[in-house]
Design a protein around this ligand. Sequence first.
Ligand code: IDP
Ligand code: MG
Length: 150
Amino acid sequence: MMEKSFVMMKPDAVSRRLMGKILTRFEEKGLQIVAIKMLSIDEDLAKEHYGEHVEKPFFNDLVSYITSSPSLAMIIKGDDAISLIRKMVGATNPKEADLGTIRGDFAIDMGRNVIHASDSAKSAEREISLFFNDNEICDYSIIDNSWIYE
Ligand code: IDP
Ligand code: MG
């Protein structure tokens, strides 16, 4: 099923100049970027985005990390994009993430794991509306789609 996922390069990815490399992975896979923007996430947005973790011991550090410097927010579209992108991103703990995944290849610490991706259709919908207005989402057709999809 065609899906849209919310994906975000975290402050470490942006500041380590990894944006191009990470974006290339999604493009080369055949996925489609339908929205993208750099933004400095404020405390309110960080707490809202990570609301499910409010009781966790790492919550304050997570909010500091995410608000420390700009992030790159995106919406990425494709067939089964939500679970596909979670696979490309790899396990939350980069030390356990398989090599070949984004976290496995570019990160070491859990609190510096370079990227966020929605974990379900429900989260994707919530996160997309938290970060983007409808008029920031571009629905355009891509000429090579018949070489990506059967
Ligand atoms: P996910 O990003 O793979 O979905 P979640 O469990 O939703 O993982 O956690 C959100 C983010 O919180 C993680 O990506 C990571 O940056 C941070 N985090 C999760 N667990 C820990 C921890 O035990 N220590 C430090 N940071 C953590
Ligand atoms: Mg999560």
